[in-house]
Structure formats: structure tokens, C-alpha cells
Design a protein around this ligand. Structure first.
Ligand SMILES: CC(C)(COP(=O)(O)OP(=O)(O)OC[C@H]1O[C@@H](n2cnc3c(N)ncnc32)[C@H](O)[C@@H]1OP(=O)(O)O)[C@@H](O)C(=O)NCCC(=O)NCCS
Length: 150
């Protein structure tokens, strides 16, 4: 596939089905409830600046997405940190540079709106994702996520 045929645009509420479809193809589990909550937070609340993006092929089919959260408080003041919390590329379209393109556009957009630091969480066992993020300008942070089983 010609990479130039991939078009990156802002995600809209209408992308819900495509995002759920790709996520299911990637994880082999359907998570409509997770995305319903996320879409409501991102598209119905005035407290979040849109940051999420989708990648479309030349036929307009969504083949990948990245979702982030940039909290915008009262008076338009937002934190200088944002999170990248979900990324998914249709397995039939992986390894063609679409993930890289989405991250690049996501970083550019965040930079333009004044974000200074991006955070994302990756499972320590997920060497594929760690490798992918390392290749795309993310480095391990100096904090460790601690948990306690109850
Ligand atoms: C990680 C991911 C975003 C990469 O997207 P992509 O479009 O394939 O990535 P790119 O083509 O830009 O980059 C390829 C890099 O991604 C990684 N990668 C992508 N697919 C891979 C695969 N099937 N096996 C191993 N590594 C892979 C490699 O690090 C590769 O680097 P390399 O060039 O050194 O081989 C994609 O594989 C994906 O969506 N994975 C599932 C993520 C997930 O679990 N999401 C749901 C919850 S958050």
C-alpha cells in the first residue's frame, strides 16, 4: 500500500464503530463499553481538548487510531501534560508505518497546543509495544507505577 494514500484526520464521534471494530481485531475481545465511556468523556464533555486521530485509507476506511486525553479546565487553562492512552492499527495494515504516522501527527498536534510532556502506560511484558514507542520518541519515565492487590 502506498503510504501517501493514508490520510490522518481528527477523530469524530462518528468513528465509534470503526474504533471498536479495530480494537476487537487487535485484542480479540470487544470493548464497546470501554469506548462508549471514552467517547462520552471526549466528545460530550467540554473539559477535554480533542487530540484523538484516525488514519483512513484512500477509500475512506478507518484503518488505525490513536486516542489521547488533554484536560482543559475552566477559562481554557490546561495542563502541560497529556496522555496517549489507546492506539490500534488494523492487523491487516500493521507494519506499514501507519502507527508511526499517527504518533508523529499526535505529537505535532500536542506540541502546537502547548503540551510539554506526554505520558503513556505500557505493560512491562509487552516488548512489541515498548519497542514501538521507543522508536517513536518515547523513553521510560523516572516514575514507577505501583499497585496493591486487595
Ligand atoms: C504497535 C502498533 C500500534 C504498531 O503499528 P504499526 O502501524 O504496525 O507500526 P509501524 O508500521 O509504524 O511500525 C512498525 C513497528 O511496530 C512494531 N510492530 C508492529 N507490528 C508488529 C508485529 N506484528 N510484530 C512485531 N512488532 C510489530 C515494531 O516495533 C515495528 O518496528 P520495526 O520497524 O523495528 O520492525 C500496532 O501493532 C498495534 O495496533 N498493536 C496493538 C496495540 C494494542 O494492543 N492496542 C489496544 C490497546 S491500547
Amino acid at each position: 500500500m502506498d503510504k501517501n494514500a493514508i490520510h490522518i484526520r481528527m477523530m469524530t464521534a462518528d468513528d465509534f464503530d470503526a474504533v471498536v471494530r479495530i480494537d476487537k481485531k487487535v485484542l480479540n475481545v470487544s470493548r464497546p463499553d470501554y469506548y462508549t465511556a471514552k467517547f462520552e468523556k471526549l466528545f460530550k464533555s467540554v473539559d477535554y481538548l480533542p487530540t484523538s486521530l484516525v488514519a483512513e485509507d484512500d477509500a475512506g476506511t478507518v484503518v488505525g487510531f490513536v486516542m489521547g486525553e488533554l484536560f482543559m479546565g475552566e477559562y481554557g487553562i490546561f495542563k502541560q501534560e497529556a496522555t496517549l492512552d489507546t492506539i490500534g492499527i488494523d492487523p491487516d495494515y500493521q507494519q506499514r508505518g501507519i502507527g508511526k504516522l499517527l504518533i508523529k501527527e499526535f505529537l505535532n498536534y500536542c506540541r502546537r497546543v502547548g503540551v510539554k510532556k506526554l505520558n503513556t502506560l505500557v505493560n512491562l511484558d509487552d516488548s512489541k509495544m515498548i519497542h514501538f514507542f521507543n522508536k517513536n520518541a518515547f523513553t521510560p519515565s523516572k516514575t514507577v507505577n505501583l499497585e496493591c492487590n486487595l
